[in-house]
Design a protein around this ligand. Structure first.
Ligand SMILES: C[S@@+](CC[C@H](N)C(=O)[O-])C[C@H]1O[C@@H](n2cnc3c(N)ncnc32)[C@H](O)[C@@H]1O
Length: 224
């Protein structure tokens, strides 16, 4: 009787080695699934939390850093007829070359660059110091779509075609009549340029695979 009871006990799924083992397996499988569920849930939360940050900073998915070759910087600034009365704003300013050249070489009274990449902002600020114009130019880290650009008399652009519609809307809303805008390679979708120049330079080959460059000059009209 005792023997049979013990045997029965040993066969009981809760107590037998096999039973304990399989129960342990079930519990551990459930635990593993819970841990996996938690990890997935945390991953989804992290992804959802990250979404607004990406959506608010289109530059991260926007134009990559490709500096305008020096010879084209000069062509852009002379096309805009930049001079001592001008304040130049470069939207997406990279290493600051357009703003710094406008002030150091063409004697613009001041300038500002807006750049989403903080390392480039630091680099541009250092370059301005080295060029001796650190007191007349500034470089701000941030999204160009949130920048205050009213004080510009000249705006320069070297951005992606996919950004130009939103850029045009911002320029239309914020710039004073008479402000000149020079865009490197890509047109504003519905503004009519007052001048377009095209030329060939070998400097462009590593960037676009062709020698061709197009510069478009716009002037903000009274009617917008
Ligand atoms: C093609 S590079 C031109 C740099 C400089 N303007 C030049 O011509 O040498 C475009 C620059 O715009 C910056 N950028 C892209 N999207 C931006 C945004 N939404 N706000 C601010 N900067 C942005 C990039 O980081 C990059 O440095």
């Amino acid at each position: 009787m005792t023997h049979r009871f013990n045997e029965a006990l040993l066969r009981h799924p809760m107590l037998s080695i096999r039973g304990v083992h399989s129960r342990f397996m079930v519990i551990s499988e459930r635990l593993t699934m819970r841990v996996v569920d938690c990890i997935l849930a945390l991953g989804v939360c992290a992804f959802v939390t990250a979404l607004p940050a990406v959506a608010e900073t289109p530059g991260i998915a926007g134009a990559p850093y490709v500096p305008t070759p020096t010879a084209i910087v000069d062509r852009m600034l002379t096309l805009a007829k930049i001079g001592p009365n001008d304040y130049l704003i470069d939207l997406g300013s990279g290493d600051g070359r357009l703003v710094i050249t406008a002030v150091a070489k063409y004697k613009a009274r001041g300038g500002m660059g807006i750049e989403i990449d903080r390392d480039l902002v630091k680099h541009a600020t250092d370059n301005a110091q080295k060029a001796g114009v650190g007191d007349r130019v500034k470089f701000l880290a941030g999204d160009l779509f949130g920048a205050d650009i009213e004080q510009a008399t000249v705006v320069t652009l070297y951005l992606l075609p996919s950004m130009m519609g939103d850029v045009e809307a911002k320029l239309r809303r914020e710039l004073k009549p008479g402000t000149r805008v020079v865009s490197h390679d890509y047109p504003l979708p519905s503004w009519k340029p007052v001048d377009v120049v095209t030329f060939d330079t070998p400097d462009k080959v590593p960037i676009t695979g062709t020698t061709r460059t197009m510069l478009l000059l716009y002037r903000v009209s009274d009617r917008r």
